[in-house]
Ligand binder design. Structure first.
Ligand code: IMP
Ligand code: MG
Length: 182
């Protein structure tokens, strides 16, 4: 039987996202038209809350891509798929990538390298709702992190297990499931 144990409540998440929004506002305040790129699907809740807590002199541009790594429901494979990678011309802009979680680091590394190669950004940073540094396979450092967690499988607030549980308003640890897709 799948069991979900709450790790961070909706209120705790909102408080932390507000703090992160404040930090990002300070760093991006004076920059011209910062571009925020959300990595679907997992980042949809975080991005929606984060941008509403960012205040800059110029307004933000919000874009989305969809990246996926094939594999089982709870282990990424290392092969990055790009189901949607359409971006306008954002050459030489200040880019902030918004991720749900940096786990092995493969997805983030792939996307940072892609953006660097395609658009030579004026600056390129990552805001990730979660960081699991103990799982890192390729070197990536997230510049803004909501919560650093241990090697647990978590769901909710956008994160899924086999396309379930994304809608939960809190973050929970999932247990009692197979490591293969249901
Ligand atoms: P990566 O291993 O850093 O490339 O992360 C790949 C993707 O795996 C993330 O964007 C998430 O969608 C997913 N992922 C990694 N850890 C978890 C987790 O604990 N819960 C749900 N999804 C996860
Ligand atoms: Mg997933």
């Amino acid at each position: 039987m799948p069991k979900i144990k709450q790790l961070y409540s909706a209120e705790q998440i909102q408080t932390r996202v507000k703090e992160l929004g404040g930090e990002i506002s300070e760093d991006y305040r004076k920059l011209p038209r910062p571009v925020v790129i959300g990595v679907m699907k997992g980042a949809f809740c975080f991005l929606a809350d984060l941008v509403r807590n960012i205040e800059t002199d110029d307004t933000l541009q919000v874009e989305f891509v969809r990246l996926a790594s094939y594999g089982s429901a709870s282990e990424s494979s290392g092969q990055i798929q790009t189901p949607y990678l359409e971006l306008p011309n954002i050459f030489n802009r200040h880019i902030l990538v918004v991720e749900d979680i940096v786990d092995s680091g493969r997805t983030a590394r792939f996307f940072l390298d892609y953006l660097e190669g395609q658009f030579k950004p004026a600056s390129l940073k990552i805001a990730s709702f979660l960081d699991k540094p103990s799982r890192r396979v390729v070197p990536v450092r997230a510049d803004y992190v909501g919560f650093t967690i241990n090697d647990l499988f978590v769901v909710g607030y956008g994160l899924d297990y086999g396309e379930r549980y994304r809608e939960l308003p809190y973050l929970g640890e999932l247990s009692g499931v197979e490591a293969t897709a249901p």
